[in-house]
Design a protein around this ligand. Structure first.
Ligand SMILES: [Zn+2]
Length: 217
């Protein structure tokens, strides 16, 4: 009873707003206008020849509403995007199920200092509902970020690769028992971060490392 009253009062105080334009909504997370304007990437699957990361998929381009939502999630802790975001990512992965066929879902880890400051890892927030929907284990306990890499914004691909060199490693005691792993992150820009994670996983004998990100830059 008390719970219902609190929920009722909350919905009066904080009516559901469109995640894109903040217009009040009765249902869904985006108003029809923002939903129509979503920057779908249109390219379901990318192959990465000659790299450690074999394949990647992103349902969206990193622009417009999606860019704003990712920034909100990352820097303002607005996690209401995580579940619908993971829903779009799930659809993208299912669309390429045969080629991806992952056994484990592994979110890109944050450095412990960054995690303390942000209190959550946006990659993990996306990976958990994604893994649930795909009925696969979400293994946030496999990789660790040892180097607190400075933000990658404005760096070239080579600079980014240098920036993340040696930044990731296996967690002490972690045993990887999967031959196909799907990495999860919010944005694919040059792929340097995912590449560095893939390198660690491949050294343990994982034969295929693919990635899904909500958007690609
Ligand atoms: Zn809207």
């Amino acid at each position: 009873m008390i719970r219902e009253i609190v929920a009722g009062a909350k919905s009066l105080l904080f009516p559901q707003l469109c995640l894109g334009c903040r217009l009040p909504l009765t249902e869904a997370l985006l108003c029809p206008k923002c939903l129509k304007g979503l920057p779908f990437s249109g390219v379901p699957l990318r192959r990465v020849p000659g790299r450690r990361l074999d394949l990647w998929v992103s349902p969206f381009l990193y622009e417009g509403v999606i860019k704003e939502l990712i920034l909100e999630m990352k820097y303002r802790g607005q996690l209401s995007l995580a579940r619908p975001g993971a829903g779009w990512m799930t659809a993208a992965v299912q669309g390429a199920a045969e080629e991806l066929s992952p056994e484990w879902i592994v979110p890109v880890p944050l450095h412990p200092a960054r995690l303390r400051e942000r209190t959550f890892n946006q990659a993990q927030a996306l990976a958990q509902p994604l893994a649930q929907a795909l009925k696969l284990p979400c293994r946030g306990d496999v990789l660790e970020r040892r180097k607190p890499t400075p933000p990658q914004t404005g760096l070239s691909r080579l600079e980014r690769l240098e920036n993340v060199r040696g930044a990731f490693s296996l967690r002490p005691g972690a045993v990887v028992q999967a031959s196909s792993v799907l990495l999860v992150d919010d944005v694919f820009t040059t792929g340097a971060t995912l590449e560095a994670c893939a390198q660690v996983l491949k050294k343990t004998g994982v034969s295929r490392v693919a990635a899904v990100t909500l958007a690609r830059g």
